[in-house]
Write a protein that binds this ligand. Structure first.
Ligand SMILES: [Zn+2]
Length: 415
């Protein structure tokens, strides 16, 4: 009898969300037409206010949490700090027996002066900045939560939503908040886009961005060349040595992405900045940073230049553990109820799912729309995926409730 209640709830969620497709798409388009590139604080603040209004209607508690300033090494080798927009935190039913953390971001990779600013439809594709990554995902999430709040499951499922302003640069400020919010939650759901064919991200590599600031000694190239200490050549030696630490078998990669420094060719250059990204499959491989520091020390002794490392692993690896596998299998069974064949595969890319996993929270992080060509002006979201992914999320939340709350059916039967 009571199992029938859950079945009835699920059917009503599915039919409700089927009818929400137009609303989800319209709101996605509206949000995507606000530029919210990670460095466009005014644009971010506008979107933050829109989201606060939208999610505020659903939430019991609403908060715009200020984040610490973002620090980065700038061209002169010094540290620059800039304030970003707040992290948005919404919650409902904080004392319910199932507690979920749903996350996303409202920044995009498109700066204020990008030529990609509007949305349009081409066949089954909605085109536009952030339609897939991830304003579309945020609206899929909101539609799911609103539909869920109108069912008897509502009081049994506690949800915290956290939406960050700087995911696209590696969540340097919100990562610590995500770790805090992950405590005492049962599962994490993140709304990055799935691939266009619906494939989700399984295991993810870990990633860190680093800047090595190398200082030498400037001298006139004609008069005192041998008294100079060339920061560029020291940096070049460092760059080739660290790149060589990459290992095809272990999946460890060190990519030197940018070298800055120098000036007039008749001066021995006193500054070089080597910027690099490290990706690892295994948590233990993050210790490569010790090797990198040793290499720097040896080159420093050899050349007389100083080496100063900035940066850290902001995204630890997210391995496919048996528990993670089990959560994916649960999603697969939800997909089957919708006639979808849910697949997942490992990726070298990173997202908030890495941070949630590192905080010990099982999570699936590509529950947003199906889409592609993200981070380019070809970005698209599949129109037929908006309602579909909301339905998939609703079924997943119902399944997680069934799995986590031992007497769920009797609780629903009594209500
Ligand atoms: Zn994203």
């Amino acid at each position: 009898m009571s199992e029938k209640v859950l079945q009835t709830i699920k059917s009503s969620l599915l039919s409700k969300l089927e009818l929400e497709a137009d609303w989800i798409i319209a709101e996605t388009r509206r949000l995507a037409e606000f530029n919210s590139g990670t460095t466009n604080v005014d644009g971010l603040n506008s979107v933050a206010n829109e989201l606060t209004q939208l999610f505020g209607e659903w939430a019991h508690n609403t908060e715009q949490r200020a984040l610490p300033a973002i620090e980065s090494v700038v061209a002169g080798g010094t540290l620059d700090r800039w304030e970003t927009s707040p992290m948005l935190i919404f919650s409902r039913n904080e004392h319910a027996p199932l507690q979920l953390l749903c996350t996303g971001h409202y920044d995009t990779v498109f700066p204020a002066d990008s030529s990609f600013q509007t949305t349009w439809v081409e066949g089954n594709h909605l085109r536009g900045p952030g339609v897939a990554d991830m304003k579309g995902g945020l609206m899929v999430l909101l539609a799911t939560l609103k539909a869920m709040s109108q069912t008897p499951l509502d009081s049994l499922v506690g949800i915290t939503v956290a939406i960050s302003p700087e995911e696209e640069i590696g969540s340097p400020c919100s990562a610590i908040e995500l770790t805090k919010l992950a405590k005492n939650k049962h599962y994490g759901l993140t709304y990055e886009p799935a691939l266009a064919d619906g494939t989700l991200a399984g295991a993810r590599k870990g990633s860190g961005n680093f800047s090595m600031v190398i200082k030498g000694l400037a001298k006139h190239a004609g008069r005192e060349f041998f008294k100079g200490k060339n920061a560029i050549t020291a940096g070049a030696e460092f760059a080739t040595k660290i790149e060589a630490l990459s290992n095809r078998d272990s999946g460890l990669t060190v990519n030197v992405g940018k070298i800055e420094g120098g000036g007039p060719v008749n001066v021995v250059p006193e500054l070089a900045i080597v910027r690099f990204n490290i990706r690892v499959d295994q948590p233990a491989d993050t210790r490569v940073i010790d090797t990198i520091n040793k290499l720097a020390k040896a080159i420093a002794e050899d050349t007389g230049c100083t080496f100063d490392l900035h940066g850290h692993f902001n995204r630890p690896p997210k391995p496919m553990t048996p528990e993670q596998q089990e959560m994916f299998e649960l999603l697969r069974s939800c997909g089957a109820e919708l006639g979808l064949d849910v697949q997942w595969k490992p990726t070298g890319g990173c997202c908030e799912g890495n941070n949630l996993a590192a905080a010990g929270l099982l999570n699936i992080d590509t529950l947003g729309v199906r889409g592609g060509l993200i981070h380019s002006d070809g970005e698209f979201a599949c129109l037929d995926s908006f309602a579909e992914r909301a339905q998939l999320s609703a079924l997943l939340i119902a399944a997680l409730a069934e799995k986590t709350i031992p007497n769920l059916n009797s609780l629903l039967g009594d209500s």
